[in-house]
Write a protein that binds this ligand. Structure first.
Ligand code: AHR
Length: 489
C-alpha cells in the first residue's frame, strides 16, 4: 500500500499485519465526578428525562453507536475513597466526595446500577478497587459479592438485594494513582501493597479477572521499573496516565474554547508526547516481561483544560472543539501502532467531564467532535493493524487496519492552513467504497453547542477518487477522515 501526498510516499506490503488492535483501546471512563455519572448517565427511574431503569436513553443510544467496549468505574481519585457497601441495598449511605467539589455523593448509583449500565451498553466491566483507604477485607468482599454464586455471606447479601446470578468482572484495578491522590506512596510501598491486595482478588467459578496495577504518572519511568520488577508477575496490565495540557502547566492549563493558533499547535505537540511515553514505558516493561504478557492500559488520557468559566471548578466540565477531535485521532493512531503492548485505553471521561463524548444540559444532549472521531474510527476495533511506510508530512498522520475483508484507512490533517492531497495505494484493485466520511471545523475553535449541535459533524468526503489500486483524498485543514474499502477477489 502506498500513500502519496505532496511528494510523500507511504508503502506497505500486502498481508503485513503485525498485531491486532484490541477494541478495548476504545474504552471509556466514568467517575463519580461532576455531572458524569449523575445527570450524564443516571437520572433515576422517576426522572422526566426518558430513561430505562434510571439510565438516560439518549446517552445510552449515542454510546451504543460508538460500540463502547469497556467502562472503567468508579474512579479515578474517587475510587480510593469509595466504600462499595454504602452503595448497595435499599438504604444507601451518602458520603462526601472530597476530591470533586466536596459535594454529597448519595451512593444511589452503585454496583447494581453500574452493571445495569454495562448491560445496556453491552460493555465489559473494569472496576477500580480501593487500595488507598480501603482494607483487603473490603476488596475481597466486593469481589465475592459480585462474582461468587454460592451461599457465602456476600453472595447472600447480593441475592437479598435482588440479584441472584453473579456478574462477570473482566478487569479489576488495584488502586488508582497511588503515587498521588491514591495515597502518595513511593513505588516500593505500592508494589508491596499491590502484591498483598491482589492475592485476595479471587476468581470464582468461571470468572477470570485480569488484574491491573497502578502504573506511572506520565514520564515517571522509575515507577514502572520498580513496580514491574517487584510485582510484574502478579499483574495482567499496568496502567499509564497522561493528560494533554496545552501549556504543560497544571496550574494554568489553557481554555477549551478561547485559544489561539499557537496554542493549537502546542496542544497537538503535547498530545504527540504519548508516543514517546508509551515507547519508553514499553521498553522498561520489555526488560521485565520480554514476552509482553503484561499489557499497558492507558486508562486515563485526553485533554484537560481550565474549567469552563462559571462552572464548578471541582466538576471539570469543559467544551470540546475540532482541536479535541484531532487529539483523539492522534492518540488512537498511537495506540494502534503500539497495540502489541497497549491492550486498553480509557479516555477521560464519558459524559460532561474533561474530553467527553457527550455533553448534557437537563434533557438536552449533544455529541462532541471527539465522539465523532470515535464513531469514524469504530471499524478499527478488533481489526488487524496494517503498518505503512512513509508519512503525510509534519501535520499529517494515518492509520490502516484490516477486518472482515475490508481495509479501513483513517487520515489526519492537523495543520491550520494547507490541504493535504493523499493518494493511498492499496494492495489490490478497489472493488467498493464502503464508507467515506470526515469531519472538519470552519475555524480552529469550531464546536457543537445546544443551539448548534451539528456545527462539527461527519459529512461524506468531497472529491474522493478511486483509480484502480489508488484512493485519492483531499484532507482540508483541521480534519479527520475515514475511508473503508473492499478489494477485488
Ligand atoms: O479524570 C480526573 C482525575 O484525573 C482522576 O480522578 C484521577 O485519577 C486523575 O488525576
Amino acid at each position: 500500500m502506498t500513500i502519496l501526498s505532496q511528494n510523500l510516499t507511504i508503502t506497505v506490503a500486502p498481508n503485513a499485519s503485525t498485531h491486532r488492535i484490541d477494541r478495548r483501546v476504545y474504552g471509556q471512563f466514568a467517575e463519580h465526578l461532576g455531572r458524569c455519572v449523575y445527570e450524564g448517565l443516571w437520572v433515576g427511574p422517576d426522572s422526566e428525562i426518558p430513561n430505562k431503569n434510571g439510565l438516560r436513553k439518549d446517552s445510552i443510544a449515542a454510546l451504543r453507536q460508538i460500540k463502547v467496549p469497556v467502562v472503567r468505574w468508579p474512579g479515578g481519585c474517587f475510587a480510593d475513597e469509595y466504600h462499595w457497601l454504602k452503595g448497595v441495598g435499599p438504604e444507601r449511605q451518602p458520603m462526601v466526595n472530597n476530591h470533586w467539589g466536596g459535594v454529597i455523593e448519595p451512593n444511589v448509583f452503585g454496583t447494581h446500577e453500574y452493571f445495569e449500565l454495562l448491560n445496556q451498553l453491552d460493555a465489559e466491566a473494569y472496576i477500580n478497587g480501593n487500595l488507598g483507604s480501603g482494607t483487603v477485607q473490603e476488596m475481597t468482599d466486593w469481589i465475592e459479592y459480585m462474582t461468587l454464586e454460592s451461599t457465602s455471606p456476600m453472595a447472600e447479601l447480593r441475592k437479598s438485594h435482588g440479584r441472584v446470578q453473579p456478574w462477570k468482572i473482566e478487569f479489576f484495578g488495584v488502586g488508582n494513582e497511588n503515587w498521588g491522590c491514591g495515597g502518595n506512596m513511593p513505588p516500593e510501598h505500592y508494589a508491596s501493597l499491590y502484591r498483598q491486595y491482589q492475592t485476595y482478588v479471587r476468581n470464582y467459578g468461571d470468572n477470570h479477572i485480569q488484574k491491573i496495577a497502578c502504573g506511572p504518572n506520565a514520564d515517571d519511568y522509575n515507577w514502572t521499573d520498580v513496580v514491574m520488577s517487584s510485582a510484574g508477575k502478579y499483574m495482567d496490565m499496568l496502567s499509564l496516565h497522561y493528560y494533554t495540557i496545552p501549556t504543560g502547566d497544571f496550574s494554568a492549563k489553557g481554555l477549551a474554547l478561547d485559544f489561539d493558533e499557537q496554542e493549537w499547535h502546542d496542544t497537538l505537540a503535547q498530545t504527540r508526547r504519548m508516543e514517546e511515553l508509551i515507547s519508553r514505558h514499553s521498553a522498561i516493561m520489555d526488560i521485565h516481561d520480554p514476552r509482553k504478557r503484561v499489557g499497558l492500559a492507558v486508562d486515563e488520557w485526553g485533554t484537560w483544560y481550565d474549567v469552563e468559566p462559571g462552572t464548578n471548578p471541582g466538576f471539570l466540565f469543559q467544551q470540546n472543539t475540532i482541536r479535541d477531535a484531532l487529539v483523539a485521532a492522534i492518540n488512537l493512531n498511537i495506540f494502534h501502532r503500539h497495540a502489541d503492548r497497549v491492550r486498553m485505553a480509557n479516555i477521560a471521561q464519558m459524559v460532561n467531564v474533561l474530553q467527553a463524548m457527550l455533553l448534557t444540559d437537563g434533557p438536552a444532549l449533544i455529541k462532541t467532535p471527539t465522539y465523532h472521531v470515535f464513531d469514524l474510527y469504530s471499524d478499527h476495533q478488533d481489526a488487524d493493524y496494517v503498518p505503512t511506510v512513509g508519512d503525510l508530512g509534519e501535520q499529517g498522520d494515518c492509520t490502516v487496519s484490516h477486518k472482515d475483508d475490508a481495509y479501513t484507512i483513517s487520515l489526519v490533517n492537523a495543520g491550520l492552513d494547507h490541504e493535504i492531497g493523499a493518494a493511498v495505494q492499496l494492495p489490490g484493485q478497489i472493488s467498493e467504497v464502503l464508507r467515506a466520511q470526515g469531519i472538519t471545523g470552519a475555524t480552529h475553535t469550531s464546536h457543537n453547542t445546544f443551539d448548534a449541535p451539528d456545527a462539527v459533524a461527519p459529512a461524506d468526503l468531497d472529491g474522493l477518487r478511486v483509480d484502480g489500486r489508488h484512493l485519492r483524498v483531499t484532507l482540508p485543514p483541521r480534519s479527520v477522515a475515514t475511508v473503508r474499502v473492499s478489494l477485488v477477489g
